[in-house]
Structure formats: structure tokens, C-alpha cells
Design a protein around this ligand. Structure first.
Ligand code: ADP
Length: 360
């Protein structure tokens, strides 16, 4: 079979499975090589317009070492922040119509999760990530609807570290541990004790995020690069009142920068580091299981297996909309992490192309 026949078969299979699955969207983003990295050791050799991607095993030259994956979108290294956001925008808009939306960034440390969600350090406007663009959009649309709707917006920010939920916006800057309420109500607050800050503009939110990041960083110095080992969740709660009828609607947007998905070698780490790694593994696989169960329309969705899935329960499944950015570092040295990242993504997308995937 030639390459194009296999591609066509893959597409057909993908479209068939796609119709069965739930509301999860998976966008894969390959970050560019950074200055000083070896561009020749690239593991990605094909990026298709319909979301296909071919990963090459650097130690298996030839067709046998190639695997094809297919997602809703694949962004190559040249994709701009704006281009990525254009495909995210419709989801953001639905928050103002009363939907719960969750946007995740998944991938190993250094694969571009924070770049996609927030941007680089001290970004220019062009470099702003999804967070900033999403909030700008929310406030902009709510202003254009000012004659028909009155919107109130509040923000919470928490991190989950070692299966403990902590408030990043407490008044005194202390990072408090919080309980989770088991809420199946679509708009119940999962972490009612996390500080809720009213906001009126994008810059209000950015200031809060800065506070949250500072709080997170303060504990990070003690714990050594903690940010890659905890999940951070910014939640934007929106309440809209229809000025004619008085009816209210509520929507929420969760922006989740997940802990690095890299596996650690158990023989090399012990103590706190091993415990961290186990907690991360557990919560990421619990997240994968929940999204997979939802994509299969399974009657049992295992939310209870981690704090991450408990906090997000009301915003995963039901009428909620989920988008996962799967981040890839194209370097050959990351091949095995990339493969496991892509397998995770394939599973949560509910589309496993199986045997037809490899392009022999
Ligand atoms: P992670 O959050 O997954 O640990 P980062 O977002 O910190 O990874 O990205 C690692 C490095 O790569 C950073 O220096 C970041 O600025 C850079 N980077 C990531 N994605 C891109 C991109 N699309 N374009 C340019 N630089 C990027």
C-alpha cells in the first residue's frame, strides 16, 4: 500500500470513530527547536493539514520506525500564538452562553505547556498565550452584549501539589490547603474556600495571575522547581443576567497547566521526589481515565481517583466542553516521552487508529 492509500484509510477510520465520541478536542502542538538545540535530531517528519502527524523512532530508521497519529489539529513549530487561539476562540465564547469549558496543557516539562497557556516570560502582545487572549475575548464580548446582558466575573486560582489543593489567591499570601466539595451540580463550586476575586478587565485578571504565580513561586524555591510538579488551575466564573427576563446563566472556564508528564526512573529518585512523581502519575492517569470514559460514553466515570478530577468534575462531561493541548518537544532525546505523550493523547481523544496507523 502506498502512503496516500494508508492516509485515506486512516482518515476514513478517524471520521467514523469521531462521530461516536464525546466533546473532547485534542490539539497537538510541536514546539520549535530552541537556540542551541540540534535541529537535525527531529522526530516529527510529517504534519498534515487534517491533524495527522508522523513520529519517527530515531533508532529505527525506515518505515518500521514510523507511527502515524491523528488529532483534531496539529500545529507545527511555526504556528503563531494567534493561529492557535483562533481555533480555541469558539470554545471561549460558549462560556458566555453558559457552558463549562476546560482547557488543559499536557506534556513533558519543557514541551511548551506554559508557552501555549500563558506565553514566554515577559511576552509581547503577539506572544500572549491562550489565557490572556481568552480573557480579552470574554471581556470584549461581554461589553458588546452590554445592552442585553449584565455579566459578573470572578476568578479563583489553585494549585494541586501532592494531592493537596492550595489557594493561590489568599489575602495574606499564604498558600492555604483546601477541601473539595463533591459537587455534581453543574455550577456548584468545587473548591468553595478558594479565594474568589471579582474582576472587571483583562488587566485585573493578569494582576491576579501574577499574584498567584508569585505565591506559587514562593513555595517553589523551597521545593525546587515545583511549578513543573504541580497542576495549576485558573477558574473564571461567569454569571450573566438577561436584562429583559431577569434569567441568569452561569458558565466557567478552567485554564489548566498540568504538571510535567515525564516518567521518572524509580531507581534514581527516592523520598520526596518519588512521592511527587507518584502523585503526578496517579493524577494524570486519573485524568486520562475520566476523559476516556467520557469519550466512550461509559456509564461509570471514575472522578474520585484524584484531586484533579474531583476539582474539575462539574466541568468534565455533561454539557461541558474540553480541549487538551498536547505539547511535543521534537528533539530525538525526547522520543520515548513524545511517544507516551502521543499515546495518552490518542487514548483521551477516543480515537485509536490501531493497526491501520503505522504506515507500512
Ligand atoms: P513547559 O511549560 O512544558 O515546561 P515551556 O512553556 O516553559 O514548557 O517551554 C519551554 C521553552 O520553550 C521555553 O523557553 C519557551 O519559551 C519555549 N517555547 C515553547 N513553545 C514555544 C513556541 N511555540 N515558540 C517559541 N518558543 C517556545
Amino acid at each position: 500500500k502506498n502512503y496516500h492509500t494508508v492516509l485515506a484509510e486512516n482518515r476514513k477510520l478517524y471520521n467514523e470513530v469521531q462521530e461516536l465520541k464525546g466533546n473532547i478536542r485534542v490539539y497537538c502542538r510541536i514546539r520549535p527547536f530552541l537556540p542551541g538545540e540540534n535541529r537535525k535530531s527531529n522526530t516529527i517528519n510529517y504534519i498534515g493539514e487534517d491533524g495527522e502527524l508522523v513520529l519517527v523512532n530515531p533508532s529505527k530508521p525506515g518505515k518500521d520506525g514510523q507511527k502515524m497519529f491523528k488529532f483534531n489539529k496539529v500545529y507545527g513549530p511555526a504556528a503563531s500564538q494567534e493561529e492557535v487561539f483562533l481555533d480555541t476562540q469558539p470554545l471561549i465564547r460558549s462560556v458566555l452562553d453558559g457552558y463549562n469549558v476546560c482547557i488543559f496543557a499536557y506534556g513533558q516539562t519543557g514541551s511548551g505547556k506554559t508557552y501555549t497557556m500563558t506565553g514566554p516570560d515577559s511576552p509581547t502582545e503577539e506572544e500572549w498565550g491562550v489565557n490572556y487572549r481568552a480573557l480579552n475575548d470574554l471581556f470584549h464580548i461581554s461589553r458588546t452584549r452590554r445592552d442585553t446582558f449584565m455579566y459578573e466575573v470572578g476568578v479563583q486560582m489553585v494549585e494541586i501539589y501532592n494531592e493537596q489543593v492550595r489557594d493561590l489567591l489568599s489575602n495574606d499570601g499564604s498558600v492555604k490547603k483546601l477541601g473539595i466539595v463533591n459537587t455534581s451540580k453543574p455550577n456548584g463550586l468545587a473548591v468553595p474556600d478558594a479565594s474568589m476575586r471579582p474582576v472587571q478587565s483583562t488587566s485585573d485578571v493578569m494582576n491576579l495571575m501574577q499574584t498567584g504565580l508569585t505565591n506559587r513561586a514562593m513555595s517553589a524555591t523551597a521545593l525546587n522547581e515545583r511549578s513543573s510538579r504541580s497542576h495549576s488551575i485558573v477558574t473564571v466564573h461567569v454569571r450573566g443576567v438577561d436584562l429583559k427576563t431577569g434569567a441568569t446563566l452561569r458558565g466557567s472556564l478552567h485554564l489548566v497547566d498540568l504538571a510535567g508528564s515525564e516518567r521518572v526512573d524509580r531507581s534514581e529518585v527516592t523520598g520526596d521526589r518519588l512521592k511527587e512523581a507518584q502523585h503526578i502519575n496517579k493524577s494524570l492517569s486519573a485524568l486520562g481515565d475520566v476523559i476516556f470514559a467520557l469519550s466512550q460514553k461509559s456509564p461509570h466515570v471514575p472522578y474520585r481517583n484524584s484531586k484533579l478530577t474531583q476539582v474539575l468534575q462539574s466541568s468534565l462531561g455533561g454539557h461541558a466542553k474540553t480541549l487538551m493541548f498536547v505539547q511535543i518537544n521534537p528533539d530525538a532525546g525526547s522520543y520515548s516521552e513524545t511517544l507516551s505523550t502521543l499515546k495518552f493523547a490518542e487514548r483521551v481523544s477516543g480515537v485509536e487508529l490501531g493497526a491501520a496507523r503505522s504506515q507500512k
